[in-house]
Design a protein around this ligand. Structure first.
Ligand code: CP
Ligand code: NVA
Length: 337
């Protein structure tokens, strides 16, 4: 396996063995950190983090991960650079590639992260685009491995907008790792046909299965993992909320759905999550739609507060694992071991 100099644009570019190795190295780095064993092995290197969209976890995971490895880090936020306004992505790539050893990009277009990778000459890591969120999947799979001891054969169900960056990337990841992926969503929110076809071809090799259902209860039955994500993603207009609630309110992960899964099932969410009135948007939605959709009246949208606060929820361990897995990605692609 050779990781040095490679970008992480989509998990489609990595073999199951390579994905497993990212997770293996992340486990080692996590253990070392817990035991206070430093691993500042990239002290002569610097990375830049380019964010066109907001972030808590991804930004902090890259920053802490880079600092733990001994690297310098520059953060450029949604308003802080010339990119896309006065300077093309291609020119930005050629400038940053001459200063930095690696580039993280979070934004809208998958073609932008591809452009950075093609022209910077250094590893580029996709920290989320409209299409994919590959580093999140590595953290999710580390978390599943920690809970079940393995990935292969896990019954994994994703509820909600299955054609967003999370739905797409989880389907790819499950196909690669021989898992049983089910998307429980209205038909027009299933991943696109071409991606399903690509993933089915991978699944045929790995023993994975892919299933799609409009019945949330059928999706929950016998699941090991129930996973959901926000119903409206970053970059989508506010106006889509009403239609999305109408389409997805019956896919809210609540105690009834969790009760249909295996007793040992875990609940996962990439976060941030709407599970109460403690957020501006959660409160606004609860106020505007409570009469028509009572299930969202408490500000719990894609998941209830009860489920996310339950013993079966692993969402905060999952969030921590962003850092360990992103650190592993940087370490390996920058030439470390
Ligand atoms: N899960 C995730 O990517 O979170 P942030 O948007 O906070 O980075
Ligand atoms: N689908 C979500 C994921 C957030 C981590 C979004 O793009 O906003």
């Amino acid at each position: 396996m050779n990781f040095k100099g490679r970008s992480l644009i989509t998990l489609l570019d990595y073999t199951p063995e390579e994905i497993q190795h990212f997770i293996h190295v992340a486990r080692r780095l996590k253990k070392e950190k817990a035991e206070g064993i430093p691993h500042k092995v990239l002290t002569d290197k610097n990375v830049v983090l380019l964010f066109q969209k907001d972030s808590t976890r991804t930004r902090c995971a890259f920053e802490v991960g880079a600092m733990d490895l001994g690297m310098g880090v520059t953060y450029i936020g949604p308003t802080g650079s010339q990119m896309g306004k006065k300077e093309s992505v291609k020119d930005t790539a050629r400038v940053l590639g001459r200063m930095y050893d690696g580039i993280e990009f979070r934004g809208y277009l998958q073609s932008d992260v591809e452009m950075l990778a093609a022209h910077s000459g250094v590893p580029v890591w996709n920290g989320l685009t409209d299409l994919y969120h590959p580093t999140q999947i590595l953290a999710d799979f580390l978390t599943i491995e920690e809970n079940f001891g393995h990935l292969k054969g896990i019954n994994f169900t994703y509820f909600g907008d299955a054609r967003n960056n999370m739905g797409n990337s989880l389907m790819i990841g499950c196909a690669k790792m021989g898992m049983h992926f089910t998307a429980a969503a209205p038909k027009h929110l299933w991943p696109n046909e071409a991606l399903i076809k690509t993933c089915q071809a991978i699944a045929d090799q790995t023993g994975a299965t892919l299933a799609f259902t409009e019945d949330p209860k059928a999706g929950a039955k016998d699941a090991d993992v129930l996973y959901t994500d926000v119903w409206v993603s970053m970059g989508e207009p506010k106006e889509v909320w009403e239609k999305r609630i109408e389409m997805l309110h019956s896919y809210q992960v609540n105690a009834t759905l969790l009760g249909l899964a295996k007793k040992s099932a875990i609940f996962m969410h990439c976060l941030p999550a709407f599970h109460g009135k403690d957020t501006e948007i959660g409160t606004e939605i609860a106020t505007n739609f409570k009469d028509k959709y009572p299930s969202v009246s408490e500000g719990s949208l894609e998941v209830t507060d009860e489920v996310i606060e339950s013993k079966q929820s692993v969402v905060f361990a999952e969030a921590e694992n962003r850092m360990h897995t992103i650190k592993a990605v940087m370490l390996l692609t920058l030439g470390g071991q």
